[in-house]
Ligand binder design. Structure first.
Ligand SMILES: Nc1ncnc2c1ncn2[C@@H]1O[C@H](COP(=O)(O)OP(=O)(O)OP(=O)(O)O)[C@@H](O)[C@H]1O
Length: 231
């Protein structure tokens, strides 16, 4: 479960400050996908970075399974992120020399020590996730041997390696054609249901929004009624 409570985030802007996120409140329950949409520069990625505990907001609370991440020191915040938050960035950023299984297994090595699996269990988990995202036959392939859509599937599987309760996804379809984009959204909806994650998904692609459990729209850092998207 993730709850963003009255989040405000500003950045330095010359002599003053630019408000990227302005008093935003948002809750995503387990097993649901909340779509976040809005114009370019409206604050979507900034909000996701706050939710990911990668940026500390100026004010407000980020509650991950009832733990207030804004009260943690940087080391504690890193542990919380590794154990409870899966992040899918727009660009997969896979490591060229590693196979698909190894990309996922690496997450196990980076995970918190008390949640770390032994190597054999981690490999089994990686292979099961790759099968779940439709890549059972590609587990020994390296990124250059895979299509953009396949790389995005690995990116998603990798984010789920440590059983996060929160899944944060930034523009997962932007580099894909409509059919491949739709199948990535299908995958995120299915995995959210199967793994009971609270999923926040930033997208410009209005065509996918009707399939989400909830949709919010951000304009100039503020949440506005999402019905405007249908217009
Ligand atoms: N690190 C930063 N330093 C200064 N300003 C920033 C920084 N990151 C974002 N901004 C500003 O904050 C505002 C919100 O940016 P953000 O990237 O969150 O928007 P977005 O809705 O994700 O945009 P896009 O859809 O184009 O990715 C913009 O005005 C942007 O210029």
């Amino acid at each position: 479960m993730i709850r963003l409570d009255d989040i405000t985030l500003t950045f330095p802007d010359g002599d003053s400050r630019l408000t990227a996120v302005d008093h935003v409140a948002l809750t995503a329950r387990p097993g649901t996908v909340t779509g976040i949409t809005g114009p370019s520069g409206s604050g979507k990625s900034s909000l996701l970075a706050v939710a990911a505990t990668l940026i500390h907001p100026d004010s407000g609370r980020v509650l991950i399974d009832d733990i207030d991440a804004t009260q943690l020191d940087p080391t504690e915040a890193t542990s919380l992120r590794r154990e409870k938050i899966g992040i899918v960035f727009q660009q997969p950023n896979l490591i060229p020399s590693l196979t698909a299984t190894e990309q996922l297994a690496l997450m196990n090595e980076l995970g918190g020590s008390h949640s770390r699996r032994n190597r054999r269990t981690a490999t089994a988990r990686a292979e099961a996730l790759l099968e779940s995202v439709g890549l059972a036959d590609s587990k020994d392939k390296r990124p250059h041997q895979l299509s953009g859509g396949q790389r995005q599937r690995i990116n998603i599987a990798r984010a789920l390696m440590n059983d996060p309760s929160v899944l944060l996804v930034d523009e997962p379809t932007s580099a894909l054609d409509q059919a491949r984009g739709a199948s990535i959204i299908d995958l995120i909806l299915r995995l959210t249901d199967e793994l009971n994650t609270s999923t926040l998904l930033v997208t410009h692609d209005l065509v996918h929004l009707p399939r989400m459990h909830a949709v919010v729209r951000i304009v100039d850092g503020r949440l506005v009624p999402a019905v405007a998207d249908a217009a």
